[in-house]
Design a protein. Structure first.
Length: 563
């Protein structure tokens, strides 16, 4: 009885509804009350307050966001319009209204694109992915998350990359891919700790708690949920704390601690209703249904199940699905209208085609030039090697026996080097042939574009850009590369796989390029990614190879090959 009483007191202390005031929001509100002008500064204040209320009061966030949106429209302030739409959209997402969230977030993304605000574009792409994840549209969610990571990497926003990692991990939990989920969320937690981002730390611990609950590793699950609760309380994260109460209630139910489970689930349900957090209210009903079944209280289990179904239908009914489909369709139509207006100006369209073709041909010719230059340099080296070999042969009779043996060894080394250079020359020659084939393909597209109708030119532009993108960074087929590489570095892949069997195909590609001692820029070019993405890939490879911070990947791979 003492244990139960102590535990109840601990739960009351942990889950009390006494929240700390949002000091930053209050400070901003005081400034707003004293500010009299209706200008962009006031818009920024309204949006900043809406942002601060994201995790503490979604209703307030929507209210301030709407005020900012109205004033921004009156001022024709595009950045304010874009930001206000995002504030409102994320607040609706937090409340569990995917239709409204998607509407405002798509408007925000469109506004950010019009003013070419890259960070705004990246953030809205991430937020749209969050909405799709709640709608169980996991493929669309992952597509948006990965696109957001590309944007954040280009902007070097590591904290936002970490947030995207957490979101991807959450989707993998939903899909049952727990090991993949743990990989992403653990990386996210590490990055958030480096940046001391409290909200991100609390969110990552929450997801790890959910993950370990699914894996039935209850001690780990409890550790992460309690860490998330204690961290979230520092910033009054109502959304996260509500989620943690429900997850902790589920954990206690699975551990057969039914009374304590009921306390946490009832508190979670109460907080979800108070903050209008529909998605957590839905989770609470589902868990309370399972708890009542476990308690053999089938009447109340049925009651909670009815509430669960009723709320789920109100959130994900057919009408809202139609609204979401309409929003996507409307966005596509608006984009097509812009393209049609652009195509009506024939002269501009022709200029765009010519510029794209010239750019593509210029890139290809530059690539070909450097390949030819490399071939000539290697041919010169081969010539020098042959001349040295002949000199050694001519002076053979004048050397003593020891000198003859040394000359023979030197000649063998030169022949081996010559054979290696010939293999590399063959690889570059094949690459050059492939470049010529691409030039022929671009020539055909150019001829077709000249004959095409204005409406058809849009497709040809897309084909042209697609062809350039596919061939710009990847100079040859990876299978050919792997074959040539293995011929020179015999047994490299088999030795590497024997020591690290969990390496993926992409990891093996990166190992090959690193063994060739390519720098980050060259590696990024070969893989068709940005230098920042190449750095991230090397960072992950280092972790998979279990290397210390003072160990070089190149040296490590060289040692494996020489074993």
């Amino acid at each position: 009885m003492r244990v139960k009483s102590f535990f109840f007191v601990a739960v009351v202390i942990l889950c009390t509804n006494i929240y700390s005031q949002n000091k930053k929001a209050d400070s901003l509100k005081n400034i707003l009350d004293q500010y009299q002008k209706n200008d962009t500064t006031k818009v920024k204040l309204l949006n900043d307050i809406g942002f601060e209320y994201w995790i503490t009061d979604a209703n307030e966030s929507i209210s301030y966001g709407q005020n900012a949106l109205q004033l921004s429209k009156e001022l024709r302030y595009s950045f304010g319009i874009a930001t206000a739409n995002r504030i409102i959209g994320v607040a609706y997402w937090a409340q569990g209204h995917p239709d409204m969230a998607l509407k405002y977030l798509m408007n925000s993304n469109k506004e950010f694109e019009q003013i070419n605000n890259k960070e705004g574009i990246a953030n809205t792409v991430l937020n749209i992915g969050m909405v799709y994840a709640d709608l169980k549209e996991y493929d669309k969610a992952l597509q948006n998350y990965n696109l957001a990571i590309d944007h954040f990497t280009a902007l070097n926003l590591k904290s936002r990359i970490a947030t995207a990692f957490t979101k991807i991990g959450t989707v993998y939990i939903e899909k049952g891919l727990l090991n993949d989920a743990r990989f992403y969320i653990s990386d996210a937690l590490e990055l958030h700790n480096q940046n001391d981002f409290t909200y991100g730390i609390a969110e990552a611990h929450n997801r790890l708690g959910i993950l370990y609950t699914e894996k039935k590793e209850f001690a780990q699950a409890e550790y992460h949920i309690l860490r998330s609760l204690s961290t979230g309380r520092k910033i009054d994260d109502k959304d996260g704390m509500t989620s943690n109460l429900i997850q902790y209630g589920k954990l206690l139910r699975l551990k057969n601690n039914l009374d304590a489970s009921n306390i946490h689930l009832e508190l979670g349900l109460k907080r979800a209703k108070k903050s209008n957090l529909k998605k957590y209210e839905l989770q609470a009903y589902e868990e309370l249904k399972e708890l009542r079944k476990q308690q053999q209280n089938h009447e109340e289990a049925l009651l909670f199940y009815d509430r669960y179904i009723s709320l789920k239908d109100s959130i994900f009914n057919i009408e809202k699905a139609k609204q979401i489909a309409y929003l996507e369709f409307k966005n596509q139509i608006e984009q097509k209208d812009k393209e049609l207006v652009f195509l009506q100006d024939k002269e501009k369209t022709d200029t765009l085609i010519k510029s794209s073709l010239l750019l593509g041909i210029l890139v290809l010719f530059l690539g070909s030039f450097f390949i030819l230059k490399n071939i000539r340099q290697r041919s010169q080296k081969e010539k020098e090697l042959l001349e040295k070999s002949n000199e050694l042969l001519q002076s053979k009779e004048d050397l003593n026996q020891k000198a003859i043996e040394n000359a023979t060894l030197k000649q063998q080394e030169l022949k081996q080097e010559l054979a290696f250079k010939n293999k590399e020359l063959t690889s570059y020659t094949l690459n050059f042939v492939q470049k010529n084939e691409l030039l022929e393909k671009l020539k055909d597209i150019t001829l077709e574009a000249k004959k095409a109708a204005p409406k058809e030119k849009d497709r040809l532009i897309n084909d042209l850009h697609k062809t350039i993108r596919q061939n710009l960074a990847i100079d040859k087929d990876w299978e050919d590369f792997k074959r040539f590489f293995e011929e020179v570095h015999i047994g490299f892949y088999s030795k590497l796989n024997a020591k690290h069997p969990d390496l993926s195909a992409n990891d093996l590609k990166l190992c090959s390029l690193t063994r060739l001692n390519l720098n980050i820029k060259e590696t990024a070019s070969m893989l068709g990614i940005s230098p920042e993405s190449a750095k991230t890939a090397r960072y992950r490879l280092r972790k998979k190879l279990n290397l210390n911070s003072d160990q070089e990947i190149f040296t490590y791979l060289l040692n494996i090959e020489n074993e």
